[in-house]
Design a protein around this ligand. Structure first.
Ligand SMILES: NC(=O)c1ccc[n+]([C@@H]2O[C@H](COP(=O)([O-])OP(=O)(O)OC[C@H]3O[C@@H](n4cnc5c(N)ncnc54)[C@H](O)[C@@H]3O)[C@@H](O)[C@H]2O)c1
Length: 380
């Protein structure tokens, strides 16, 4: 009989829903699973919404007090899908209660918070992982392999953009993501944290940043009273020039004001022998250019990353039967549970709390650089 592992979910909305789906469906594909996730309890602030979420997602119970999840004896994994300002306190308490923790990104509101979380995780005898789910896209893992094995040669450039358009409407309400006290930063932490993690995952640590931030709309209607306006306290967009310890230079950009861009998480890497490009909206493909063979036939090709030799694909469908965004979460929770059950390391494939801390250091440096108008050298 495969063991069971109890899951306590914090948050039932966007990420709470995505992660619950992943825990529920992981054994459908990873057979036999390292352990079968049992959806024990789910937390949310609104009693009728969280009750409905428990029924729909398949949780045994629900609560409006997150501490009930952490003290629940049937819960082994606490999954923190709460707004950023609740990552630090709640994840630390969960680890101190002996729970394994999966925490959404960015790990902390700043590097100081993330460092404490990492230190708590080091002391605890549990697994702690940051939910940087794009590490689990097969095409991203292939991109990393092409860089790490030297196929592209020396890497000169890494440029990444994470662009969305959902804030263009000036009447879009002042949700928690626009409040510095709850989110920490705007697209720097929301979208930038993802592309910074991909840069770190594929190329290694960033050495310096030089950033510019911009606000386009200063006030928005309050979410529960649209006749009143409240102040937007985070940036609306950033661009940055970065240097890597490995020698490459690059650019990072994120915005929620990029008209026509829905979830455009894109990076391009140029090396001495070839280049690759990834775009999440075409997540089954990796664009590939290699300087080999006849110059007359040089050109970009499109690798459809759905062959059984590609990462994770053999767990799912036959060749060419594409995967979706939701599968990144299934791969992610499999990785965590496998690490727990078989006592494996979270890294380098999964993002450790140390990776989360290093990510927060860059986020802080971007804010410092943009605020002070200077290049900031990174000290971890
Ligand atoms: N990995 C990814 O691709 C990805 C995508 C989106 C969000 N995230 C991260 O996941 C976390 C949650 O984001 P989300 O999109 O699920 O948020 P959401 O607003 O959709 O859900 C937030 C949940 O937290 C609960 N909550 C508790 N206190 C709250 C408060 N003061 N304000 C609002 N909600 C509160 C709500 O009940 C809700 O269930 C964030 O840290 C975010 O950065 C990650």
């Amino acid at each position: 009989m495969t063991d069971k592992i109890g899951v306590g979910m914090l948050g039932y909305s966007f990420m709470g829903r995505a992660h619950s789906y992943a825990f529920k469906n992981m054994p459908h594909f990873f057979s036999p699973p390292p352990a079968i996730p049992e959806l024990v309890s789910i937390y949310g602030r609104n009693v009728s919404n969280v009750k409905l979420a428990a029924e729909n997602y398949g949780f045994r119970r629900f609560t409006t007090d997150w501490r009930n999840i952490i003290s629940d004896g049937d819960v082994h994994i606490v999954d923190n899908c709460l707004p950023n300002y609740m990552h630090h306190k709640v994840s630390i308490e969960a680890i101190e209660h002996g729970k394994h923790v999966l925490c959404e990104k960015p790990l902390g509101m700043n590097a100081a918070e993330a460092k404490e979380m990492w230190e708590t995780a080091k002391k605890g005898k549990v697994k702690a992982m940051v939910a940087f789910n794009y590490r689990f896209v097969p095409a991203v893992i292939l991109a990393r392999e092409l860089v790490k094995t030297g196929k592209l040669g020396r890497i000169y450039h890494f440029r990444a953009r994470y662009l969305q358009q959902w804030l263009i409407d000036p009447n879009f309400p002042l949700v928690w993501r626009l409040d510095k006290d709850k989110a920490g930063t705007g697209p720097i932490g929301d979208l930038g944290s993802h592309i910074i993690d991909l840069a770190h995952f594929i190329l290694g640590d960033i050495r310096s940043v030089y950033a510019v931030i911009k606000n386009f709309i200063d006030e928005r209607p309050l979410p529960y009273n649209s006749t009143k306006m409240g102040k937007v306290t985070v940036e609306d967009a950033f661009v940055a020039v970065v240097e890597f310890y490995q020698g490459a230079i690059g650019t990072l950009e994120a915005s929620r004001f990029a008209t026509g861009r829905m979830n455009y998480n894109n990076f391009e890497i140029n090396g001495e022998n070839g280049s690759i490009e990834f775009n999440l909206e075409r997540m089954n493909e990796l664009k590939y250019f290699i300087k080999e063979g006849d110059e007359k036939t040089h050109g970009w090709s499109n690798i459809l990353v759905t062959e059984k030799v590609h990462p994770y694909i053999a767990k799912y469908w036959p060749s060419g039967h594409i995967l979706g965004w939701d599968h990144t979460f299934i791969n992610e929770v499999y990785h965590l549970i496998d690490a727990i059950v078989d006592e494996k390391d979270i890294g380098p494939l999964g993002a450790t709390f140390e990776d989360g801390y290093r990510n927060n250091v860059i986020l802080d440096a971007l804010v410092e650089s943009a605020t002070e108008g200077k290049k900031v050298n990174i000290h971890y």
